[in-house]
Design a protein around this ligand. Sequence first.
Ligand SMILES: O=c1ccn([C@@H]2O[C@H](COP(=O)(O)OP(=O)(O)O)[C@@H](O)[C@H]2O)c(=O)[nH]1
Ligand SMILES: [Ca+2]
Length: 407
Amino acid sequence: MAEWPFLIAPLCGVWNESTSLNISNIFYGIMFDAGSTGTRIHIYTFMQKSSEPPHLDNEIFESVKPGLSAYVDQPEQGAETVRGLLDMAKQTIPSTHWSSTPVVLKATAGLRLLPEQKAQALLSEVQELFEESPFLVPDECVSIMNGTYEGILAWVTINFLTGQLYDQNQRTVGILDLGGASTQITFLPQAENKSDFISIFLFSRHSIVKLISETTCFSYLGFGLKAARLAILGALGGKADESRMYRSSCLPPSLKAEWKFGGINYKYGGMAEEVTGFQSCYAEVLKVIREKLDQPAEIRSRTFYAFSYYYDRAVDTGMIDGDQGGIILVKDFEMKANKVCEALTETNTGSPFLCMDLTYITALLKEGFGFYDHTELQLKKKVNNIETSWTLGAAFHLIQSLRTAPE
Ligand SMILES: O=c1ccn([C@@H]2O[C@H](COP(=O)(O)OP(=O)(O)O)[C@@H](O)[C@H]2O)c(=O)[nH]1
Ligand SMILES: [Ca+2]
């Protein structure tokens, strides 16, 4: 606890032993992330001295796979996966605090892609579960979150965790999130003659609303890593055909396999050896990316933090350490893609999609968003032991809205 160096409020100095002597209140917030590939619970503990703003103390995190969208026709079973995580919250949070601890679930791209009625059936089951629980259930506690909002809340999290929201000498960083079904790029535009230091007080009434209005996010549904696999294979959009064999030059030539995503089973495989490899794969990938994304010029002058599948694939290929993360260049992804794709016919990496995934990441960064080869990316999964997820930004917003009286 005493090691946590950040205050949520920027103006109160740094957490130290003497502040811990005056703690008068502990409170909690539970935020569920219903992602396309998994459901996760984040339990945040906050501490507050009577007259001061709260401090974030720690986070407890747990996850289950697959995500809610895999239960498209079994909504009760989907809700059961959430029940398991909620039981963990009961074991973690003292019962004296249950009724004052808000619980919220926000679903992202997996549910955005489902037919509305099926998504609603899943959300209703979860809502029922929350209402039966001993926790505080705010209005609209279970919903599908808009993609732009997802990016902005992740931006709030990273800039808070890296200290940019309350250090006068810092500049905010941009963020890149590559989920299973959607992707976001978010940054604070640089206004001329304006320092982009934002003096905010996250629990005050207007701070997050102000940040949200000033931050720019581009969110693309269907451009997450797994949805992109389907797009590259020609299986996205239209009616999925479970009997068809979907082929790509990005896959090992001899491969014949099946892959389940969003409740549908796809058969997929490679092409002839002569057409397999990085060049032909890159050309295939470009077809799904070209002219589909925005290329804001200002991203070139920013530092970007990247996580989710950017992080996972960099770890899988030994580009960064799985615990520490690291800094890489955009061109490092291209070099790795080239190497993996050129060896497709000889080596079995254990992951048939690795060439396609790395090539997609390369093309997304370069041709999609317009990053330079030498742009540096900071790859992080956790900062000070807190997950770099939109959920912390969402928890700030939730607590703020519960604590501030209406105008
Ligand atoms: O708390 C989390 C949640 C997700 N992920 C990563 O996010 C990606 C999966 O995205 P998700 O299932 O959230 O899909 P989305 O709904 O965002 O498209 C994978 O790389 C996960 O490792 C993560 O690193 N931490
Ligand atoms: Ca996500």
